[in-house]
Design a protein around this ligand. Sequence first.
Ligand SMILES: Cc1cc2nc3c(=O)[nH]c(=O)nc-3n(C[C@H](O)[C@H](O)[C@H](O)COP(=O)(O)OP(=O)(O)OC[C@H]3O[C@@H](n4cnc5c(N)ncnc54)[C@H](O)[C@@H]3O)c2cc1C
Length: 394
Amino acid sequence: MGHRLRDIRVLISGAGVAGPALAYWLTHHGARVTVVEAAPALRTSGFAVDFRGPTHLGVLERMGVLDELRAVQTHAGAMSCVDEHGREIFRLPAEFAGGDLEVRRRDLSRVLYERAADRVEYLFGDTITALSETSTGVVVDFARSGSRTVDLVVGADGLHSGVRALGFGPETGFVRHLGHYLAGWDMPAVPGVGSVPEQYNLPGRMASIATDPRDPAVGGAFVVFAAPRLEYADRDLGQQKALITRALSGMEWHVPRLLAGLAAAPELYFDSISRVVVPHWSTGRVALLGDAAWGVTLGGMGVGTAVVGAYVLAGELAQAGGDHVTAFAAYEERMRGYASKWQRGANPGAFLAPKTAFGLRFRNTMFSNGLVRRMLVRSTKSLATAPELPDYLD
Ligand SMILES: Cc1cc2nc3c(=O)[nH]c(=O)nc-3n(C[C@H](O)[C@H](O)[C@H](O)COP(=O)(O)OP(=O)(O)OC[C@H]3O[C@@H](n4cnc5c(N)ncnc54)[C@H](O)[C@@H]3O)c2cc1C
Protein backbone atom coordinates (compact mmCIF):
# COMPACT_ATOMS: atom_id res chain seq x y z
CA MET A 1 0.00 0.00 0.00
CA GLY A 2 1.34 3.44 -0.91
CA HIS A 3 1.48 6.43 1.41
CA ARG A 4 1.58 9.42 -0.93
CA LEU A 5 -2.00 10.33 -0.01
CA ARG A 6 -1.73 9.44 3.68
CA ASP A 7 -4.00 11.67 5.82
CA ILE A 8 -5.97 12.91 2.81
CA ARG A 9 -9.72 12.42 3.33
CA VAL A 10 -11.73 11.99 0.16
CA LEU A 11 -15.50 11.73 -0.10
CA ILE A 12 -16.84 10.07 -3.26
CA SER A 13 -20.50 10.36 -4.20
CA GLY A 14 -21.79 7.29 -6.09
CA ALA A 15 -21.07 3.57 -5.76
CA GLY A 16 -21.66 2.62 -9.40
CA VAL A 17 -18.54 1.84 -11.41
CA ALA A 18 -16.36 4.97 -11.27
CA GLY A 19 -16.88 5.43 -7.50
CA PRO A 20 -15.68 1.99 -6.29
CA ALA A 21 -12.84 2.03 -8.86
CA LEU A 22 -11.64 5.41 -7.57
CA ALA A 23 -12.03 4.24 -3.96
CA TYR A 24 -9.74 1.30 -4.76
CA TRP A 25 -7.03 3.46 -6.30
CA LEU A 26 -7.17 6.21 -3.67
CA THR A 27 -6.81 3.72 -0.82
CA HIS A 28 -4.04 2.03 -2.82
CA HIS A 29 -2.19 5.35 -2.57
CA GLY A 30 -2.97 5.63 1.17
CA ALA A 31 -6.00 8.00 1.26
CA ARG A 32 -8.90 7.69 3.70
CA VAL A 33 -12.03 7.23 1.60
CA THR A 34 -15.77 7.40 2.22
CA VAL A 35 -18.32 6.63 -0.51
CA VAL A 36 -21.89 7.88 -0.18
CA GLU A 37 -24.49 6.11 -2.33
CA ALA A 38 -28.12 7.20 -2.71
CA ALA A 39 -29.43 3.65 -3.18
CA PRO A 40 -29.81 1.45 -0.08
CA ALA A 41 -27.38 -1.13 -1.57
CA LEU A 42 -25.35 -1.58 -4.76
CA ARG A 43 -27.76 -1.20 -7.67
CA THR A 44 -28.56 -4.37 -9.56
CA SER A 45 -30.51 -3.22 -12.63
CA GLY A 46 -29.07 -2.66 -16.09
CA PHE A 47 -27.65 -5.05 -18.63
CA ALA A 48 -24.34 -6.06 -20.04
CA VAL A 49 -21.55 -3.50 -20.24
CA ASP A 50 -18.26 -3.94 -22.01
CA PHE A 51 -14.56 -3.12 -22.12
CA ARG A 52 -12.63 -2.67 -25.34
CA GLY A 53 -8.99 -2.67 -26.25
CA PRO A 54 -5.73 -2.69 -24.28
CA THR A 55 -6.28 0.52 -22.30
CA HIS A 56 -9.50 -0.65 -20.62
CA LEU A 57 -8.21 -4.17 -20.03
CA GLY A 58 -4.82 -2.90 -18.85
CA VAL A 59 -6.40 -0.85 -16.05
CA LEU A 60 -8.55 -3.81 -14.94
CA GLU A 61 -5.42 -5.92 -14.83
CA ARG A 62 -3.55 -3.35 -12.75
CA MET A 63 -6.51 -3.35 -10.35
CA GLY A 64 -6.27 -7.12 -10.04
CA VAL A 65 -9.87 -7.73 -11.15
CA LEU A 66 -9.43 -8.86 -14.75
CA ASP A 67 -9.47 -12.60 -14.00
CA GLU A 68 -12.46 -12.31 -11.71
CA LEU A 69 -14.36 -10.39 -14.38
CA ARG A 70 -13.36 -12.90 -17.04
CA ALA A 71 -14.84 -15.62 -14.84
CA VAL A 72 -18.25 -13.91 -14.91
CA GLN A 73 -18.22 -12.63 -18.49
CA THR A 74 -21.44 -13.16 -20.39
CA HIS A 75 -19.89 -14.65 -23.55
CA ALA A 76 -22.81 -13.00 -25.32
CA GLY A 77 -22.43 -9.69 -27.05
CA ALA A 78 -23.81 -10.44 -30.48
CA MET A 79 -27.14 -8.89 -31.41
CA SER A 80 -29.69 -10.15 -33.90
CA CYS A 81 -32.09 -7.73 -35.61
CA VAL A 82 -35.28 -9.51 -36.60
CA ASP A 83 -38.53 -8.74 -38.40
CA GLU A 84 -41.99 -9.19 -36.90
CA HIS A 85 -41.88 -12.92 -37.74
CA GLY A 86 -38.56 -13.37 -35.93
CA ARG A 87 -36.56 -13.73 -39.18
CA GLU A 88 -33.03 -12.33 -38.86
CA ILE A 89 -32.30 -9.17 -40.90
CA PHE A 90 -28.69 -8.84 -39.77
CA ARG A 91 -26.50 -9.85 -36.85
CA LEU A 92 -23.93 -7.64 -35.17
CA PRO A 93 -20.80 -9.55 -34.19
CA ALA A 94 -19.96 -10.02 -30.51
CA GLU A 95 -16.87 -7.76 -30.73
CA PHE A 96 -19.04 -4.83 -31.86
CA ALA A 97 -21.86 -5.16 -29.37
CA GLY A 98 -19.89 -6.76 -26.52
CA GLY A 99 -16.32 -5.51 -26.93
CA ASP A 100 -13.44 -7.66 -25.62
CA LEU A 101 -14.96 -8.37 -22.22
CA GLU A 102 -18.68 -8.18 -21.56
CA VAL A 103 -20.07 -8.53 -18.04
CA ARG A 104 -23.35 -7.71 -16.39
CA ARG A 105 -23.25 -4.25 -14.85
CA ARG A 106 -24.24 -5.62 -11.45
CA ASP A 107 -21.30 -8.08 -11.49
CA LEU A 108 -18.88 -5.32 -12.43
CA SER A 109 -20.12 -3.00 -9.70
CA ARG A 110 -19.91 -5.82 -7.10
CA VAL A 111 -16.39 -6.92 -8.11
CA LEU A 112 -15.06 -3.34 -7.98
CA TYR A 113 -16.80 -2.72 -4.66
CA GLU A 114 -15.45 -5.93 -3.08
CA ARG A 115 -11.90 -5.12 -4.22
CA ALA A 116 -11.56 -2.40 -1.54
CA ALA A 117 -14.69 -2.68 0.64
CA ASP A 118 -12.62 -3.65 3.69
CA ARG A 119 -10.73 -0.36 3.67
CA VAL A 120 -13.41 2.06 2.46
CA GLU A 121 -16.31 3.46 4.47
CA TYR A 122 -19.60 3.10 2.56
CA LEU A 123 -22.69 5.15 3.48
CA PHE A 124 -25.61 3.58 1.62
CA GLY A 125 -29.02 5.23 1.42
CA ASP A 126 -27.65 8.73 1.85
CA THR A 127 -26.83 11.77 -0.29
CA ILE A 128 -24.90 15.02 -0.02
CA THR A 129 -27.23 17.97 0.48
CA ALA A 130 -24.70 20.83 0.70
CA LEU A 131 -21.03 21.49 -0.03
CA SER A 132 -19.15 24.49 1.25
CA GLU A 133 -15.48 24.99 0.65
CA THR A 134 -13.16 26.58 3.18
CA SER A 135 -9.44 27.35 2.78
CA THR A 136 -8.52 23.93 4.17
CA GLY A 137 -11.31 21.58 3.18
CA VAL A 138 -14.92 21.04 2.18
CA VAL A 139 -17.73 20.97 4.73
CA VAL A 140 -20.25 18.38 3.57
CA ASP A 141 -23.83 18.03 4.82
CA PHE A 142 -25.59 14.71 4.34
CA ALA A 143 -29.31 14.01 4.25
CA ARG A 144 -28.95 11.41 7.04
CA SER A 145 -25.38 11.29 8.34
CA GLY A 146 -24.95 14.81 9.72
CA SER A 147 -21.98 16.78 8.42
CA ARG A 148 -18.23 16.38 8.25
CA THR A 149 -15.17 18.05 6.75
CA VAL A 150 -13.05 16.35 4.10
CA ASP A 151 -10.13 17.43 1.94
CA LEU A 152 -11.64 16.55 -1.44
CA VAL A 153 -15.01 15.58 -2.91
CA VAL A 154 -15.48 13.60 -6.13
CA GLY A 155 -18.82 13.32 -7.91
CA ALA A 156 -18.94 9.83 -9.43
CA ASP A 157 -22.71 9.84 -9.19
CA GLY A 158 -23.64 9.32 -12.80
CA LEU A 159 -25.46 11.18 -15.51
CA HIS A 160 -27.74 12.98 -13.03
CA SER A 161 -24.93 13.78 -10.61
CA GLY A 162 -25.88 15.39 -7.32
CA VAL A 163 -22.35 16.76 -6.78
CA ARG A 164 -22.43 18.41 -10.19
CA ALA A 165 -25.76 20.07 -9.33
CA LEU A 166 -24.39 21.34 -5.99
CA GLY A 167 -20.91 22.36 -7.11
CA PHE A 168 -21.23 23.27 -10.78
CA GLY A 169 -24.85 24.25 -11.49
CA PRO A 170 -28.18 22.82 -12.62
CA GLU A 171 -28.31 19.74 -14.85
CA THR A 172 -29.91 21.65 -17.75
CA GLY A 173 -26.59 23.43 -18.29
CA PHE A 174 -24.67 20.17 -18.81
CA VAL A 175 -26.98 17.36 -19.96
CA ARG A 176 -28.36 17.36 -23.48
CA HIS A 177 -31.31 15.11 -24.32
CA LEU A 178 -30.50 13.30 -27.57
CA GLY A 179 -34.10 12.47 -28.52
CA HIS A 180 -34.60 8.91 -27.21
CA TYR A 181 -35.41 7.09 -23.95
CA LEU A 182 -34.33 3.64 -22.88
CA ALA A 183 -35.64 1.14 -20.36
CA GLY A 184 -34.56 -2.28 -19.15
CA TRP A 185 -36.04 -4.80 -16.76
CA ASP A 186 -35.81 -8.47 -15.79
CA MET A 187 -38.76 -10.76 -16.51
CA PRO A 188 -39.49 -14.45 -17.09
CA ALA A 189 -37.57 -15.74 -20.13
CA VAL A 190 -39.45 -15.85 -23.43
CA PRO A 191 -39.57 -19.42 -24.83
CA GLY A 192 -37.53 -19.84 -28.01
CA VAL A 193 -35.32 -16.78 -27.35
CA GLY A 194 -31.67 -17.61 -26.58
CA SER A 195 -28.88 -15.60 -24.99
CA VAL A 196 -28.21 -13.56 -28.14
CA PRO A 197 -30.55 -10.56 -27.82
CA GLU A 198 -33.23 -10.39 -30.50
CA GLN A 199 -34.18 -6.88 -31.45
CA TYR A 200 -37.31 -5.77 -33.29
CA ASN A 201 -37.84 -2.27 -34.67
CA LEU A 202 -40.54 0.02 -35.96
CA PRO A 203 -39.52 3.61 -36.83
CA GLY A 204 -38.55 5.37 -33.60
CA ARG A 205 -39.13 2.24 -31.47
CA MET A 206 -37.05 -0.78 -30.56
CA ALA A 207 -37.81 -3.74 -28.32
CA SER A 208 -35.39 -6.52 -27.48
CA ILE A 209 -35.26 -9.62 -25.33
CA ALA A 210 -32.60 -12.17 -24.42
CA THR A 211 -32.34 -15.07 -22.00
CA ASP A 212 -29.81 -14.73 -19.19
CA PRO A 213 -26.98 -17.11 -20.19
CA ARG A 214 -26.49 -18.11 -16.55
CA ASP A 215 -30.17 -18.50 -15.65
CA PRO A 216 -32.44 -19.86 -18.37
CA ALA A 217 -35.55 -18.84 -16.41
CA VAL A 218 -34.68 -15.13 -16.55
CA GLY A 219 -35.11 -12.81 -19.52
CA GLY A 220 -33.72 -9.32 -19.94
CA ALA A 221 -35.98 -6.88 -21.75
CA PHE A 222 -34.54 -3.71 -23.20
CA VAL A 223 -36.40 -1.02 -25.17
CA VAL A 224 -35.58 2.32 -26.77
CA PHE A 225 -38.07 4.85 -28.12
CA ALA A 226 -37.89 8.33 -29.60
CA ALA A 227 -39.51 11.10 -27.59
CA PRO A 228 -38.94 14.74 -26.76
CA ARG A 229 -38.03 15.46 -23.12
CA LEU A 230 -40.64 13.78 -20.87
CA GLU A 231 -41.73 14.93 -17.43
CA TYR A 232 -41.76 12.19 -14.79
CA ALA A 233 -40.78 11.68 -11.19
CA ASP A 234 -37.42 9.91 -10.70
CA ARG A 235 -38.72 7.44 -8.17
CA ASP A 236 -42.25 6.92 -9.57
CA LEU A 237 -42.04 3.44 -11.08
CA GLY A 238 -45.75 3.36 -11.98
CA GLN A 239 -45.50 6.58 -13.97
CA GLN A 240 -42.40 5.38 -15.83
CA LYS A 241 -44.03 2.03 -16.65
CA ALA A 242 -47.07 3.90 -18.05
CA LEU A 243 -44.84 6.05 -20.29
CA ILE A 244 -43.02 2.99 -21.65
CA THR A 245 -46.26 1.05 -22.21
CA ARG A 246 -47.75 3.97 -24.13
CA ALA A 247 -44.62 4.38 -26.26
CA LEU A 248 -44.59 0.70 -27.30
CA SER A 249 -48.33 0.17 -27.66
CA GLY A 250 -49.45 -1.45 -30.90
CA MET A 251 -46.11 -3.17 -31.54
CA GLU A 252 -46.32 -6.86 -32.36
CA TRP A 253 -43.65 -9.61 -32.08
CA HIS A 254 -42.91 -10.36 -28.39
CA VAL A 255 -43.82 -6.84 -27.29
CA PRO A 256 -47.15 -7.64 -25.54
CA ARG A 257 -45.29 -10.25 -23.46
CA LEU A 258 -42.51 -7.76 -22.68
CA LEU A 259 -45.08 -5.24 -21.48
CA ALA A 260 -46.72 -7.86 -19.24
CA GLY A 261 -43.22 -8.50 -17.80
CA LEU A 262 -42.79 -4.76 -17.29
CA ALA A 263 -46.04 -4.49 -15.34
CA ALA A 264 -44.75 -7.10 -12.86
CA ALA A 265 -41.09 -5.95 -12.72
CA PRO A 266 -39.97 -4.85 -9.24
CA GLU A 267 -37.01 -2.80 -10.56
CA LEU A 268 -36.61 -0.78 -13.72
CA TYR A 269 -33.78 1.10 -15.39
CA PHE A 270 -35.31 4.06 -17.21
CA ASP A 271 -33.57 7.16 -18.47
CA SER A 272 -33.27 9.56 -21.34
CA ILE A 273 -30.42 9.00 -23.77
CA SER A 274 -28.32 12.07 -23.09
CA ARG A 275 -24.84 13.46 -23.47
CA VAL A 276 -23.02 15.22 -20.63
CA VAL A 277 -20.66 18.06 -21.44
CA VAL A 278 -19.06 19.95 -18.54
CA PRO A 279 -16.55 22.66 -19.52
CA HIS A 280 -14.33 22.12 -16.45
CA TRP A 281 -14.32 18.91 -14.44
CA SER A 282 -13.25 20.51 -11.19
CA THR A 283 -13.96 23.55 -9.13
CA GLY A 284 -11.73 24.11 -6.11
CA ARG A 285 -11.62 20.88 -4.10
CA VAL A 286 -14.50 19.23 -5.95
CA ALA A 287 -14.04 17.12 -9.10
CA LEU A 288 -16.23 15.03 -11.39
CA LEU A 289 -15.53 11.56 -12.75
CA GLY A 290 -17.23 9.10 -15.12
CA ASP A 291 -20.73 9.69 -16.43
CA ALA A 292 -21.09 12.79 -14.20
CA ALA A 293 -18.31 14.44 -16.23
CA TRP A 294 -18.49 12.90 -19.71
CA GLY A 295 -21.34 10.36 -19.92
CA VAL A 296 -23.42 9.33 -22.89
CA THR A 297 -26.25 6.98 -21.96
CA LEU A 298 -25.53 3.57 -23.52
CA GLY A 299 -22.58 5.13 -25.28
CA GLY A 300 -20.73 1.82 -25.16
CA MET A 301 -17.63 3.08 -23.39
CA GLY A 302 -19.07 4.41 -20.13
CA VAL A 303 -17.51 1.72 -17.95
CA GLY A 304 -14.17 1.66 -19.79
CA THR A 305 -13.63 5.41 -19.54
CA ALA A 306 -14.86 5.37 -15.91
CA VAL A 307 -12.19 2.88 -14.77
CA VAL A 308 -9.47 4.59 -16.81
CA GLY A 309 -10.51 7.99 -15.35
CA ALA A 310 -10.47 6.60 -11.80
CA TYR A 311 -6.94 5.25 -12.31
CA VAL A 312 -5.72 8.58 -13.72
CA LEU A 313 -7.43 10.80 -11.13
CA ALA A 314 -6.05 8.84 -8.18
CA GLY A 315 -2.64 8.50 -9.83
CA GLU A 316 -2.33 12.23 -10.53
CA LEU A 317 -3.32 13.01 -6.94
CA ALA A 318 -0.65 10.59 -5.67
CA GLN A 319 1.94 11.98 -8.05
CA ALA A 320 1.21 15.52 -6.86
CA GLY A 321 1.38 14.42 -3.20
CA GLY A 322 -2.28 15.39 -2.73
CA ASP A 323 -2.00 18.85 -4.30
CA HIS A 324 -5.45 18.92 -5.85
CA VAL A 325 -4.86 22.00 -8.00
CA THR A 326 -2.00 20.35 -9.88
CA ALA A 327 -3.65 16.92 -9.91
CA PHE A 328 -7.11 17.97 -11.11
CA ALA A 329 -5.54 19.94 -13.97
CA ALA A 330 -3.32 17.00 -14.99
CA TYR A 331 -6.27 14.58 -14.76
CA GLU A 332 -8.39 16.74 -17.02
CA GLU A 333 -5.53 17.29 -19.44
CA ARG A 334 -4.97 13.54 -19.76
CA MET A 335 -8.62 12.47 -19.87
CA ARG A 336 -10.53 15.16 -21.76
CA GLY A 337 -9.27 14.36 -25.25
CA TYR A 338 -9.70 10.63 -24.65
CA ALA A 339 -13.26 10.92 -23.31
CA SER A 340 -14.49 13.52 -25.77
CA LYS A 341 -13.07 11.79 -28.86
CA TRP A 342 -15.40 8.87 -28.18
CA GLN A 343 -18.25 10.97 -26.83
CA ARG A 344 -18.59 13.32 -29.77
CA GLY A 345 -19.96 10.81 -32.24
CA ALA A 346 -21.92 8.63 -29.82
CA ASN A 347 -25.69 8.72 -30.32
CA PRO A 348 -26.92 5.23 -29.50
CA GLY A 349 -30.63 6.06 -29.86
CA ALA A 350 -30.20 7.02 -33.51
CA PHE A 351 -28.59 3.63 -34.18
CA LEU A 352 -30.89 1.49 -32.01
CA ALA A 353 -34.19 3.12 -33.03
CA PRO A 354 -33.89 5.24 -36.18
CA LYS A 355 -36.80 7.66 -36.22
CA THR A 356 -37.99 7.27 -39.83
CA ALA A 357 -38.81 4.30 -42.06
CA PHE A 358 -36.07 5.48 -44.43
CA GLY A 359 -33.52 5.69 -41.59
CA LEU A 360 -34.42 2.19 -40.42
CA ARG A 361 -34.05 0.71 -43.94
CA PHE A 362 -30.75 2.53 -44.37
CA ARG A 363 -29.37 1.17 -41.08
CA ASN A 364 -30.48 -2.37 -41.90
CA THR A 365 -28.88 -2.24 -45.34
CA MET A 366 -25.62 -0.79 -43.98
CA PHE A 367 -25.27 -3.37 -41.22
CA SER A 368 -26.11 -6.26 -43.49
CA ASN A 369 -22.76 -5.50 -45.14
CA GLY A 370 -19.88 -7.49 -43.55
CA LEU A 371 -17.26 -4.92 -44.52
CA VAL A 372 -19.14 -2.10 -42.73
CA ARG A 373 -19.45 -4.27 -39.62
CA ARG A 374 -15.72 -5.04 -39.60
CA MET A 375 -14.84 -1.34 -40.03
CA LEU A 376 -17.06 -0.44 -37.08
CA VAL A 377 -15.41 -2.99 -34.80
CA ARG A 378 -11.98 -1.59 -35.71
CA SER A 379 -13.02 2.02 -35.16
CA THR A 380 -14.55 1.44 -31.68
CA LYS A 381 -11.40 -0.39 -30.58
CA SER A 382 -9.16 2.43 -31.69
CA LEU A 383 -11.36 5.03 -29.94
CA ALA A 384 -11.02 3.05 -26.71
CA THR A 385 -7.24 2.94 -26.86
CA ALA A 386 -5.49 5.85 -25.14
CA PRO A 387 -1.92 6.94 -25.59
CA GLU A 388 0.22 5.05 -23.03
CA LEU A 389 -0.96 5.53 -19.42
CA PRO A 390 1.70 6.35 -16.81
CA ASP A 391 2.68 3.86 -14.14
CA TYR A 392 1.85 5.98 -11.13
CA LEU A 393 4.24 5.28 -8.27
CA ASP A 394 2.85 3.99 -4.99
C1 LIG B 1 -28.77 1.21 -12.43
C2 LIG B 1 -27.90 1.48 -13.64
C3 LIG B 1 -27.92 0.60 -14.72
C4 LIG B 1 -27.12 0.83 -15.84
N1 LIG B 1 -27.16 -0.05 -16.88
C5 LIG B 1 -26.39 0.16 -17.96
C6 LIG B 1 -26.40 -0.73 -19.07
O1 LIG B 1 -27.12 -1.70 -19.06
N2 LIG B 1 -25.60 -0.49 -20.13
C7 LIG B 1 -24.77 0.60 -20.16
O2 LIG B 1 -24.04 0.78 -21.15
N3 LIG B 1 -24.73 1.47 -19.14
C8 LIG B 1 -25.54 1.28 -18.05
N4 LIG B 1 -25.49 2.17 -17.01
C9 LIG B 1 -24.54 3.28 -17.07
C10 LIG B 1 -23.13 2.78 -16.76
O3 LIG B 1 -23.16 2.08 -15.54
C11 LIG B 1 -22.20 3.99 -16.72
O4 LIG B 1 -22.10 4.53 -18.03
C12 LIG B 1 -20.79 3.66 -16.30
O5 LIG B 1 -20.79 2.68 -15.33
C13 LIG B 1 -20.08 4.90 -15.74
O6 LIG B 1 -20.24 4.78 -14.38
P1 LIG B 1 -20.43 5.84 -13.27
O7 LIG B 1 -19.96 5.13 -12.06
O8 LIG B 1 -19.88 7.15 -13.68
O9 LIG B 1 -22.02 6.07 -13.17
P2 LIG B 1 -23.15 5.04 -12.77
O10 LIG B 1 -22.78 3.66 -13.11
O11 LIG B 1 -24.40 5.62 -13.30
O12 LIG B 1 -23.20 5.10 -11.15
C14 LIG B 1 -23.60 6.25 -10.45
C15 LIG B 1 -23.98 5.84 -9.05
O13 LIG B 1 -24.28 7.02 -8.32
C16 LIG B 1 -25.47 6.86 -7.57
N5 LIG B 1 -26.06 8.18 -7.37
C17 LIG B 1 -26.79 8.90 -8.25
N6 LIG B 1 -27.11 10.10 -7.71
C18 LIG B 1 -26.56 10.11 -6.47
C19 LIG B 1 -26.52 11.09 -5.45
N7 LIG B 1 -27.12 12.28 -5.56
N8 LIG B 1 -25.85 10.79 -4.30
C20 LIG B 1 -25.24 9.57 -4.15
N9 LIG B 1 -25.24 8.61 -5.11
C21 LIG B 1 -25.89 8.90 -6.25
C22 LIG B 1 -26.30 5.93 -8.42
O14 LIG B 1 -27.27 5.25 -7.64
C23 LIG B 1 -25.23 4.98 -8.96
O15 LIG B 1 -25.01 3.92 -8.07
C24 LIG B 1 -26.29 1.99 -15.89
C25 LIG B 1 -26.28 2.87 -14.80
C26 LIG B 1 -27.07 2.62 -13.68
C27 LIG B 1 -27.04 3.59 -12.50
